[in-house]
Design a protein around this ligand. Structure first.
Ligand SMILES: Nc1ncnc2c1ncn2[C@@H]1O[C@H](COP(=O)(O)OP(=O)(O)OP(=O)(O)O)[C@@H](O)[C@H]1O
Ligand SMILES: [Mg+2]
Length: 446
């Protein structure tokens, strides 16, 4: 499914504008027109264009100056100049400045159409690159949601239903439960998948700068604002903005955000004119927002607006069926030297008994550590942190430390269990001869 891309054509000849609009507007393109710079500036404040076509001679401005002005204001826009014969020199100069292309009057419609589409393709590419830059860090992690428990199946079902929707989604769940994974998955399955996904943790935003970070600011808007700055909302234009820890935003910012959600309009700091952005919002929090609303800390209207669609991820403890699958997934991913990794039944039992306060993230960390400690890819009890081995009621943490001999006994026992008593395989893994293994089995009465 395609949304039409937006084009602004600025030319002083109204008849040409009319003709171009009639001929060029289609399912794929949406055309706005302006007859002078003043009108164009006004439209630009309200709409987010992908391509702008500028006549080089306008009654109230020179197309080249206007080009520089617009390029400075809008990101990811390509500009095409229309020139008369006498203007070729200027047009060439403009190309050097970064104008996408120029066409000379009189021009053929199909030529213009071609240039337009190509310019738009380039805009898409730029956005895609930007999106890649922002998501690269944890990309490989996150496309797939692992799990077969009922809650995870339901979450996958909901994400699938959301595919062709634009509603804001509120993702809730404890820290480490997988809110980021769900947000990425929603974006990746949506029609905006090739557009930017911008992720921001509101708790990390500097208090004094939140407004400017989100909405941008004009040059000189406050002391220290030596350059104009684009906010996250403009950066996420045509894509998705995922605001994590939404409960941490101050109330005045909450109010501005509500406006964006309701009207798609926002103001940069220091500017009185409104701008528009086409952004799909995702939110996450591990706080209880209902309570925050009751306590007067969270804007009630905003809460209702973002809570239209809620996806809740239960804590890992509540969906233990997912644990073996997740463990296998992480072992495959973290195990860089292609060893075969095994989680013996006993270790799995310990893991299933533990309550995982840090949820999936803690599981990943525990396995990462275990892999480093294990020298043969077998995740034995001894490679687990003591919180896990002490959950057994009998409180093993308080047990006296093991002697080397008892550890050896335990280890051999584990390996034998993993390989179903196959002594040949076990001796190979243990790095000892078969005879030695037999001796030890007798010694320890295994
Ligand atoms: N269902 C899942 N499938 C695969 N990986 C998962 C799943 N759930 C969580 N993870 C992984 O666990 C780690 C933590 O998940 P994530 O960052 O999504 O948690 P979160 O809920 O956003 O936590 P926080 O509240 O701290 O931001 C990540 O490495 C993520 O890739
Ligand atoms: Mg997160």
């Amino acid at each position: 499914m395609h949304t039409p891309y937006k084009v602004l054509i600025v030319d002083d000849e109204e008849s040409i504008l009319k003709l171009l609009k009639k001929e060029l507007e289609s399912d794929e393109r949406f055309i706005h027109t302006a007859t002078c710079a003043r009108e164009a500036r006004k439209l630009l404040k309200k709409h987010a264009y992908d391509v702008i076509i500028l006549d080089i001679r306008l009654p109230d401005a020179n197309g080249l100056d206007l080009y520089a002005e617009f390029k400075g204001q809008v990101r990811d826009v390509e500009i095409i100049l229309i020139t008369g014969h006498g203007d070729i020199d200027n047009a060439v100069k403009a190309m050097r400045l970064g104008v996408y292309d120029y066409i000379t009057k009189p021009f053929k419609l199909d030529k213009l159409e071609l240039v337009l589409d190509r310019a738009y393709q380039r805009v898409c590419l730029q956005r895609e690159n930007r999106s890649l830059r922002h998501t690269q860090r944890s990309n490989s992690d996150n496309k797939i949601i692992i799990g077969k428990s009922e809650p995870i199946k339901h979450i996958k079902y909901l994400i699938d239903r959301l595919k062709s929707s634009e509603v804001p989604v509120l993702i809730t769940g404890e820290s480490g439960a997988g809110k980021d994974v769900v947000a990425r998955s929603i974006h990746m399955t949506s029609s905006r998948a090739s557009q930017p996904l911008i992720i921001k943790n509101c708790a990390m935003l500097q208090r004094e700068l939140v407004h400017s970070e989100l909405f941008g600011h004009k040059k000189g808007a406050f002391t220290g604002a030596s350059e104009a700055r684009e906010g996250l909302i403009s950066l996420a234009h045509t894509g998705t903005l995922f605001l994590d820890e939404i409960g941490d935003l101050s109330k005045d910012v909450q109010a501005s955000l509500l406006r964006v959600l309701e009207t798609k309009a926002f103001r940069r700091m220091g500017e009185s004119e409104e701008r528009r952005a086409d952004v799909r919002f995702l939110f996450a929090t591990n706080r209880n927002l209902t309570k925050a609303v009751e306590d007067g800390q969270f804007n009630e209207a905003l809460f209702h607006r973002i809570n239209v669609f809620n996806i809740h991820i239960p804590r890992l403890m509540k969906r233990k069926e997912d644990l073996p699958l997740l463990a296998e997934h992480f072992l495959n991913r973290l195990n860089t030297n292609q060893r075969q990794c095994v989680i013996p039944e006993k270790t799995m039992q310990l893991m299933l008994r533990y309550d995982w306060p840090g949820n999936v993230r803690e599981l990943r960390n525990v396995l990462e550590r275990a892999l480093i400690l294990s020298d043969n890819g077998i995740i034995t009890e001894s490679t687990l942190p003591k919180e896990l081995t002490a959950t057994n009621g009998t409180d093993k943490a308080a047990a006296p430390p093991m002697s080397l001999e008892s550890m050896e006994r335990e280890h051999i026992k584990n390996i034998l269990a993993v390989y179903n008593g196959n002594k040949c395989k076990a001796s190979e893994i243990l790095g000892i001869g078969r005879k030695t293994l037999y001796r030890k089995i007798q010694k320890y009465s295994l």
